[in-house]
Design a protein around this ligand. Sequence first.
Ligand SMILES: [Fe+2]
Ligand SMILES: [Fe+2]
Length: 485
Amino acid sequence: MVLKERITHKISSLPISEPFQVHKKIEDTDDIESVLFLSSLGREDPLIEFILIIIPGASVKILKNHIEAIDCLYNSPPDIFFIHPDGRAESSPEFHLCHTIRDADYGGVVILITDCVKDAGGFPNISSTGFDSYILTTDNKERVEDAILSAIIHRKRREKYIITIDGSLNAFYTIDGDGRVHEINKKGTEKSGYSPKEIVKEEMYIGDVGTLEAFDELIQPLITFENTGKSFTHTIEEGNRIYQVQTNIQNVPTIGLVAVLTKTDITKTIYSNTLDILVNSITLLSHRDHYTAGHSSRVLHYTMYFAQTFGYDKDSQFSKALYFAAFLHDIGKIGIRDHLLLKSGKLTPEEQLEFCSHAEKGYEMLYHYEFLRDSLDLILYHHERQDGKGYPRKLKGDKIPLGSSIIAIIDAFDAITTNRPYQKALPCEKAISEVKNNFGTQFNGEIGEKFLSIITPELIDNTQAMASKPISLIAHELVETILKE
Ligand SMILES: [Fe+2]
Ligand SMILES: [Fe+2]
């Protein structure tokens, strides 16, 4: 169906979907080259005279009925369109015509001519129909000129606003107290399956759009007259992402009380800033115990390779928790005194007890970081053993989280394949048989078999070479990997 027919049908309230082309920019009356004037009085309409004076040199088409106007709009969309409906404006087909062409993205200036603003449903109704301004039939030339200029400014602002919010990487919403969406941009509709226009036109509720889960609980209670003009900021989590939501409560003439919202994805900022702080802790620890920084990077590298090989990375929530835990598993060692941390001989039972507390200390250090919540248990239990002789809780077999079992075997494998002041690295073959001897007692045999199946001397070499990179760079790459969906 061609656009003209679609518009004609819309007058009998059928939906249209084919939009107008982008209209040229109109900044001033000088930019107006074409005028369409729709009035049942035709040339006899007294306002024509003023318009010809105010907009000289433009081609002016004067039509008496809306069907002819549809033809003209379709063939050569005018820069400015005056609509003077017959009788009661609000219920007239001309009024519906304005609504319909705005729905189809007509970008020219549209001005209503009316005897009485009240007959047109009041100013809020005129504006929400899509008119940029209105002229009263009793207005003099100066008032008509003012109305045209303010209509041009209104259109310019409106276009600019739409371009800005639609092109933004942040989500924008205007939502009333009932949860109905009045404005939304493309980012705000993300993954909902709806377009911004559909959502606004169908008067959808934000709960049905499903892109602002915090509305009912956090935002709706703020929409009160006492809060008019106030701003609020919340940090919320949706799935694996962290957002900052800024809410401004406004009393909009056309709608009433609304929440005007901006939702910004701050996941990367939060992850990066937090890891920067934690990496500083690992760096400080490395000044005392040279082994730790490289060890954290190597355990992370083996863990990622293992997870990707066996498809554990398909569960993004699990792999995120696993990778952060692998990288940060020994961070609690910062709380262990040097004479234990650096001791090359066997630890006494008391020393052993203190050394073992690094798992719990790591848990405590990271406890307040919301996004590391799922990594906490994996870190706490990374020294548990299958036979229940590990620490800190002496968990047995299946009671040990899968992620902890993965980290436990990789942790031990890296320890025995790395040169340390008091211990020479075992060659690949020997390391494999050493780990295998402890299947079922220290390590989870099923995970162990999988891990050893990927081990080659090349993987060990690559991992060690990769770990010589600055740890801050590795942290940055980790954030990129986790956020890549
Ligand atoms: Fe450890
Ligand atoms: Fe470790």
